[in-house]
Design a protein around this ligand. Structure first.
Ligand code: ANZ
Length: 847
């Protein structure tokens, strides 16, 4: 039956590809143009699943396509094999995380081979091999040399369940991305990568990816980096020597500041309250304790009632000397800007909510009812800056009445010599004045934080640093790498809040070879996002023990031409890879600044409209589908299921339909009776036109990732070929061979085993995977033409020769441009036009 013959064909060609090494990338002597096609490498979490089936199908289609287009293609595969799931599985089963990991890798590898993915297997890598992770350590040392790896004590996101630190990116809605436990703050000394030094470049370079990356991903990266432009303003504090700086995006509103707020958990708050009366101190301490249990997400929620404590201290507004009461309130965050704000309740909603809750004054300084462009009334103001002819609408809109802050643009009022300016001009002028007075300066602020990379876990890359007894921190010399993980034997991996490596006595205690001093190894391991931040470069020299990657190979292959993977990596992985790429560029090891020239995000495979998951019990299993229907049918089913970026509902996929299509295609090759070396010139004209139309359209379909359309077009051509055979032209017609060969060569993208089989049956040598796509014959692309008539007032006035597939709009335009029609219309008024493409254009006229 269909399935068993599919399996036989599959096994035959998989063996051939492995023996022949058909899909190895060409070496330095290969003069073909190069394409680097990469799918995000998998985490070896178990069997391959349908998400993998989709991801690696798409990358395989792209890789195979470029081979057919005469390119030297690199399509490698490896495993992102460090990380928590392996460690947790090991803890559960009292086993070595290595065992679990490498077993899963072996299984997934079998899966990929059975699926017919055209990887270059000679470049396989695993990030948990010392041969790989020593280069993570090398990278760490490079960053350290440049001041980009540093240690600091700071409040970190702590998962009480996994007992480990999490990067901001790994906290989702206040919870651990992995286990869902509520994340708390804990103060720890940790290693950081200084990604904030690259914030501007990471943001600005996104512009060059516009059109090549999904717009949504670019936008997510922009928001994550979150650059705000404004000013730092210094406020003197009564009874304190040093001024306190605040960041504001609206220095134009300085005259509207009516109070001052510090984050309760910032050191400044505790300092300011230290000399306050006992009752204030008590209230503050109570408040602080509460705040420390609140997540940043909750603190930023706009619909929360505002809370705070007056510290009985005052800040002095640098522009007018006004005394502003200082409050501690949790809507101000300790680690954004400077952890303090000038509050302008008239123009900032959070400040307004707070002012209304605690009865603080609200002073309008931007008249948002005054137009700012075009002919505008000049607002007359008195010496105080109060409008003389007060606009009644402004009173109606007063924020203390409406509860709605006036965030919009308008004309400055109540603001000294800023009065009358628009917001933008006032911002610029305010910054000029602050700068001149030495009380402020232009400033930028970012949401992006430095990348916390220390993890208190076993199954990761050891951080290559030594700690001397006197507190000195000594980098491990490059020639001492790798710092290999110790054996897991005797170690308790269960989460304790400190790295299990710290208990590996004989590993932790070592000697600094330079000084001979006894030292301790850093017990922490690196975030696994370090591993995946540069792996695409390792594929270029996967076996080198000289370099992380050979710069000459990087110059040949990189950046990656097509990167394919899930949108779940829109922020973390892509941002880190972009950062490390820029660092390596700065070091001079590569000559490009963006790692992935184009990015394709695939949708999810779902079932009955729902995400598949083990817990819901609605999993479609990759291995089962593969066993039942064979690799090619699975690939056709997925490719045909819908546009790449859409979610695909497996309930709508007809696997038997896919099988039947493949069987029909295969049967064509059996039926073809024309000689192998037929010159493709003659034969059934309609079939030839169909074949050449597909030859003409297919490249752009693939380049625009319209794989489902390509499958549909192949199905059409298979049907047309069969019809041609049946309708009398017969299997010996050379057009039938031409169509069938074209089908085989193009089908290779989607169903490579069937394609190889067809190619062989048609009398050719393998591999069809390396056969060039033929050029379409332009003479066969000329469309059929038909005669269209143009009627005016019911009388035929002209006949036009037009393409059979002309659009209604084009047909009408042709008719209106025709000399005879123009003459017959004269100056009659056209009341109605009826167009029936390609046959009729009819003008109803008056006069
Ligand atoms: C005065 C002002 C007036 C502000 C106004 C806004 C509107 P983005 O755009 O997110 O960068 N801010 C500064 N530091 C803060 C902190 N640590 N916690 C909470 N809020 C903080 O926001 C910048 C604005 O957020 C700053 O500009 C400041 O309020 C506030 F009509 O200053 B603004």
């Amino acid at each position: 039956d269909e399935s068993s013959s599919a399996h036989a064909i599959q096994a035959k060609w998989q063996k051939y590809w492995a023996d022949d090494e058909t899909f190895l990338a060409g070496g330095a002597a290969d003069s073909r143009p190069r394409k680097y096609v990469l799918a995000m490498f998998p985490y070896p979490s178990g069997d391959l699943h349908m998400g993998h089936a989709e991801n690696y199908l798409y990358s395989d289609i792209v890789a195979r396509f470029w081979r057919h287009r005469g390119h030297n293609v690199l399509n490698p595969i490896g495993w992102d094999s460090f990380g928590l799931p392996a460690e947790n599985a090991a803890i559960r089963r009292g086993a070595d995380p290595r065992e679990w990991t490498y077993q899963n890798i072996a299984q997934q590898k079998e899966g990929f081979k059975a699926y017919g993915v055209s990887f270059d297997w000679t470049r396989e890598l695993h990030t948990s091999d010392p041969e790989y992770y020593q280069w993570n350590q090398w990278l760490f040392l490079k960053l350290h040399e440049r001041g980009l790896a540093y240690r600091k004590k700071s409040p970190v996101n702590w998962c009480p369940n996994d007992q480990t630190v999490l990067a901001n990116e790994q906290v989702v809605d206040g919870r651990c991305e992995r286990c869902g436990a509520e994340v708390i703050k804990k103060k720890l000394t940790q290693w950081y990568f200084k990604i904030t030094d690259y914030a501007d470049r990471l943001l600005d370079d996104l512009n060059q990816l516009e059109g090549s990356w999904p717009h949504k991903v670019l936008q997510m990266q922009r928001n994550w980096i979150g650059r705000s432009i404004g000013a730092d303003v210094d406020f003197a504090i009564e009874g304190r020597e040093e001024p306190v700086t605040v960041f504001s995006t609206r220095p134009d509103t300085l005259h509207g500041a009516t109070f001052f707020v510090v984050a309760p958990d910032a050191e400044l708050a505790s300092e300011l309250v230290a000399d306050a009366p006992a009752d204030v101190r008590e209230r503050f301490a109570e408040y602080l304790a509460k705040v420390q249990k609140t997540t940043d997400i909750d603190r930023q929620a706009t619909d929360r009632p505002k809370t705070g404590v007056f510290l009985e201290r005052y800040a002095i507004n640098p522009v007018n000397g006004e005394k502003l009461p200082i409050w501690a309130a949790d809507y101000v965050l300790a680690d954004y800007g400077h952890g303090a704000v000038m509050a302008v309740p008239a123009h900032d909603q959070r400040d307004l909510d707070f002012a209304r809750a605690f009865d603080l004054p609200v002073k309008v300084v931007v008249d948002t009812t005054a137009p700012i462009t075009g002919a505008m009334p000049v607002i007359e103001v008195d010496e105080e800056g109060v409008p003389i002819d007060t606009l009644p609408s402004l009173d109606d809109h007063h924020p203390s009445v409406t509860g709605i802050a006036l965030g919009g643009d308008g004309r400055m009022i109540n603001s000294g010599d800023l009065n009358g300016l628009s917001k933008r001009n006032a911002v610029a002028r305010a910054i000029e004045q602050l700068t001149a007075n030495g009380t402020g300066r232009a400033a930028k602020n970012y949401r992006l934080r430095d990348w916390l990379i220390s993890r208190q876990r076993f199954w990761g890359t050891p951080i290559p640093m030594l700690h001397a007894e006197d507190g000195r921190i000594i980098p491990v010399a490059e020639d001492q790498l790798p710092v290999k993980l110790p054996s897991v034997e005797g170690l308790d991996l269960s989460p304790k809040g400190a790295s299990p490596l710290g208990a590996a006595e004989s590993w932790v205690r070592t000697v600094d070879p330079a000084s001979g001093d006894p030292v301790l190894r850093d017990p922490d391991t690196m975030d696994t996002f370090v591993d995946s931040s540069w792996y695409f470069l390792r594929f270029l020299s996967p076996n080198s023990d000289q370099f992380a990657f050979d710069p000459k190979e990087a110059a040949r292959w990189a950046p990656v031409d097509s990167y394919i993977g899930g949108v779940e990596h829109a922020i973390l992985h892509l941002l880190y890879a972009r950062f490390i790429t820029k660092v390596l560029f700065d070091i001079g090891l590569i000559d490009f600044t963006e790692p992935f020239s184009s990015l394709i995000n695939q949708g999810m495979v779902i079932l009955d409209g729902a995400k598949m998951s083990k817990s819901k019990g609605n999993l479609v299993l990759f291995q089962e589908e593969l066993d039942k229907f064979g690799a090619d049918a699975l690939r056709v089913g997925l490719a045909f299921a819908g546009p790449v970026e859409d979610d695909k509902d497996w309930a709508d996929v007809s696997m038997t339909g896919a099988q039947k299509f493949l069987a029909r295609a295969l049967r064509l090759s059996h039926d073809v009776a024309s000689p192998v070396d037929v010159l493709f010139k003659g034969g059934d004209a309609a079939l030839r036109r169909g074949t050449h139309r597909l030859l003409a359209d297919a490249p752009s379909l693939v380049e625009h990732t319209k794989f489902n359309v390509l499958v549909a077009r192949l199905m059409e051509l298979v049907n047309l070929t069969r019809k041609t055979i049946d309708s009398g032209a017969g299997a010996a017609d050379p057009a039938v061979r031409e169509a069938t060969e074209t089908i085989a060569v193009m089908l290779d993208l989607i169903a490579p085993h069937t394609a190889e089989e067809m190619w062989e049956i048609l009398g050719h040598e393998p591999s069809v995977g390396l056969v060039a796509w033929r050029q379409a014959d332009p003479a066969l692309l000329v469309e059929d033409s038909v005669t269209a008539v143009v009627q005016i007032g019911g009388k035929v006035r002209a006949q036009l020769e037009v393409p059979a597939r002309i659009s209604e709009a084009d047909l009408e335009a042709l008719a209106r441009a025709d000399e005879r029609v123009i003459r017959a219309l004269g100056d009659k008024e056209i009341v109605r036009v009826i167009v029936r493409a390609p046959k009729i254009v009819s003008f109803a006229v008056k006069g």
